[in-house]
Write a protein that binds this ligand. Sequence first.
Ligand SMILES: Cc1ncc(COP(=O)(O)O)c(C=O)c1O
Length: 423
Amino acid sequence: MSPTTSDTSAEPLIPSGGSPPEAVLAEIEAARTADADWRGGRTFSLIYNTGDHVLEEMLEEVSRRFLHENALNPYAFPSLRRFESEVVDATAELLHGTPRAGTLTSGGTESILMAVKTSRDIARAGGRPATNLLVPRSAHPAFAKAAHYLDVEERRIELGDDLRVDVDAMAGAIDEGTFLLVGSAPCYPYGLIDDITSISELAASRDLLCHVDSCLGGWMLPWWERLGRPQPVFDFRLPGVTSMSADIHKYGYTFKGASTVLYRTRDMVRQQYFFFDGWPGGMYGSPAAAGARPAAPIAGAWAVIRHLGEEGYLRFARDTLEAFNAYRSGINLIEGLAVTGEPDFCSFEFTADPGSEVAVDVGAVGDFMDDRGWHIDRQQGGLHLMLSPYHARVVTEFLSDLRAAVAAGGTGRGRQATYGGVG
Ligand SMILES: Cc1ncc(COP(=O)(O)O)c(C=O)c1O
């Protein structure tokens, strides 16, 4: 077969003859040499690194055992049905939700897509046009994507001075087409928890649905609360909250492919399911967006909860909280740099301090750190860090390089602010 890439000198993508596994694995290793070194704690997003080898090896074994199974038909694999419902219920327990009122999905984006779809359908079943949802400007782009897929309008609401959504502005933007108000707990860019009490009260007072995106915080903030950290209530304890998203593949510490979407009632989750009875293949029923569903993330999510238990989650929560305090105060102590806002969570921005006499080009700081092997995301206002338990081990080295970066000065090479990407 001839090459199908634009690079005509490339090997054919489907070789005429196969290669033995060792050769394929060697090629894979060679291809990975430029990949981010997340194990050393130098990557700040994408991976939630615990540094716990026993946990890692267990997850590798679980994924090996469930590599070939398919969760499309839960009756063929009752183990997966059990794991899925127990993971959903464990998350509901953590967030004061209702047992059996949610599903697992492949990730935060799918959970958000499902929550927006279900909310739209519930509102329409109640006779409303349900044409728009109101989300904070800092909310994850998954809401924009959901709105695009579902052909509803996403209206981004400005943030107040504290960088949390301006709830008065949200109230002013409600019209007869509005069906859903959204808050983040926390948002990714600044690690701030929106005023979920006010958003959910506003939703309830206007007979609207209210989704709390706790994809990031859902598996961390409840442990911080148990450790005695002061933080606002953001979950189903607030009566106006009607749905939530919380990812196990983030601070639940399993591998990618596991998030939960939860509803206040079992009736609501039923609106998420899709059934089709007009096919010669038989009745088709599907809880979320995917058809065939990988089994390994379901088993992995269950296994990590079993393995860590409350004690393990509290240990990692304490490590991450300590790391968060150390990075935040260490950065604020560097003349010329400042953390943006007063983050509630270990996902936050830092940038040039506008009140400092030391003028810093934060792009140059990022480039310097890149050259020292750190992978720090750029966002529109500055540099972004998201901390995992392992980052507690590299804080001294990080802050020392950061001080050196500020001292080096210079001008940035202009690397763009990006999140995710299209290859
Ligand atoms: C607050 C928040 N919501 C949603 C998402 C989307 O999750 P996923 O990347 O698993 O689709 C993210 C991802 O980082 C996030 O930070």
